[in-house]
Design a protein around this ligand. Structure first.
Ligand code: PHE
Length: 465
């Protein structure tokens, strides 16, 4: 495969920060983080989550961006070139392949959930959701997921727009998208938090999110926090690697990664501060699971003054967040096809988009017609989600830190990061410790737990002894 093709670069480091933050901020922050926090008891979980971001997420992110910036190609070719350059096996390219497959799978079901968000935007705009009560909100959500045709429409719209954004190229597509949508996203979120602070039960939400209650914390929830940090920061699958490949040469990687990590975390916390005050003010249940946004919050919007406008704003916000992530899921595979030298960007985008669309159709059918078709009691949607987020992301992340920490020479890696041997002594040591030891152990723990290997291991153990 030829990798002679030269990719474009971002107009500036700030655009990269915006794009990478756009990738990180998505359904994971606004839909998943609040409900996972709710299910795991609030404050203590948030604290553990912050530690996971700092000790594991950031080191992985730094490595991933660094590899992209120096490989200057799609994850497959970047890893291959770097490995060859370091006199290692070209098989390291498989890490990139793993990432590309994961991104493709994630995009397929991500688009289905983002489609719900589009559907809800439409329902709010058209006034269907006015004065919706708890029971009807549940019925309403079920009616959407039981209708294959409705989901198909929204899933298709979401992907067509995603392809349009990616198909236009780096500057006219991805850059334009994040430059115009990210400021709107931040403004809307800020507005919603302010509104919640005034109208909702802000005090209770603050206590809930920030007062640690360690009795609610289990070993399992620590691993959930780590998995959530991984997904939320877009790690382990090459999105940040390909975005890093488009970086201008002089960008400081560590500081830039830290900004992305902080922005992503602030958005997740703000989403909690927008949602929980309303949930508490209306006496609703915080730990209700995936329906938190689509059912619980909708009930509150139905009951509150200006609920229709706020509901619309909220679901537009969620859809924008999903789009700026979806483009980063599609870009690695498109970049890789471009490097083959035979396809134009538009064709590569269409092929990638069509594949994700088809897999997405299988996923959406598993909410209704194909609901009973299961393997190991998981339907197609659950299998895609499990394989990509619980196995492939942590595995990709693990290989990325192992490559950077153990296969590359420390001096080379530090030089790539722009760290001068003298001036950074202590910080370099801390970073090396995190990349070589802490991050791999943390990610390996998630992998073992989420793949079920630990349970299998325990069974074998108990059979033998
Ligand atoms: N980080 C995105 C979110 O929080 C999801 C994502 C994962 C995007 C991996 C790109 C790569 O929703």
């Amino acid at each position: 495969m030829s990798t002679d093709i030269k990719h474009e670069t971002w107009s500036s480091r700030w655009v990269f920060i915006l794009a990478a933050t756009g990738s990180a901020v998505g359904l994971g922050n606004i839909w998943r983080f609040p409900y996972v926090t709710g299910e795991n008891g609030g404050g203590a979980f948030v604290l553990v989550y912050l530690l996971c971001v700092l000790l594991v997420g950031l080191p992985v992110m730094i490595c991933e961006v660094m590899l992209g910036k120096h490989g200057r190609a799609s994850p497959i070719n970047a890893m291959k070139n770097l490995a060859i350059g370091a006199k290692l096996s070209e098989k390291w390219g498989l890490v990139g392949l793993l990432g590309i497959v994961a991104g493709f799978l994630i995009l397929s079901f991500y688009s289905v959930i983002a489609g719900w968000s589009l559907a809800y935007t439409f329902y709010f705009v058209t006034g269907t959701m006015e004065t919706i009560g708890p029971q009807s909100a549940e019925v309403f959500f079920n009616r959407l997921t039981e209708s294959a045709s409705a989901m198909l429409v929204w899933h298709s719209i979401f992907l067509v727009v995603t392809c349009y954004m990616v198909g236009r190229g780096l500057k006219r597509g991805l850059e334009m998208t994040v430059k115009s949508l990210m400021p709107i996203l931040f403004l809307m979120l800020f507005g919603l938090v302010c509104y919640s602070a005034v109208v909702g039960n802000f005090g209770d939400a603050l206590v809930y999110l920030f007062r640690p209650n360690f009795s609610a914390l289990t070993g399992e929830s620590i691993l959930i926090a780590l998995g959530q940090a991984f997904f939320s920061l877009s790690l382990g699958m090459g999105s940040l690697m390909i975005y890093g490949a488009y970086l201008p040469k002089q960008t400081p990687i560590i500081r830039t990664s830290a900004m992305i990590g902080i922005a992503d975390t602030l958005v997740a916390l703000s989403a909690g501060l927008a949602i929980f005050p309303i949930v508490f003010a209306y006496g609703l249940e915080a730990g209700q699971g995936p329906g938190l946004v689509f059912v619980t919050l909708t009930v509150a919007f139905g009951a509150m003054p200006f609920g229709q406008i706020l509901g619309t704003l909220f679901f537009v916000l969620l859809s924008i967040a999903a789009w700026t992530s979806a483009i980063s899921l599609l870009e690695p595979i498109v970049a890789w096809m471009l490097e083959g030298g035979r396809l134009t960007r538009v064709k590569a985008t269409l092929i990638g988009g069509a594949g994700a669309w088809l897999l997405g159709v299988f996923s959406l059918l598993s909410f209704n017609i194909w609901g009973d078709i299961t393997i190991f009691s998981k339907n197609f949607f659950e299998i895609s989600e499990f394989l990509s987020t619980s196995i492939m992301l942590p595995l990709g992340g693990l290989l990325i830190v192992l490559f950077s920490g153990w296969r590359l020479k420390s001096d080379t890696a530090l030089e790539w990061l722009g760290i001068e041997a003298k001036e950074w002594k202590l910080r370099a040591k801390v970073l090396i410790l995190l990349v070589k030891v802490v991050a791999p152990l943390g990610v390996a723990a998630v992998l073992v737990n989420s793949s079920g290997l630990d349970r299998i291991g325990l069974k074998v153990f108990s059979l033998i002894f």
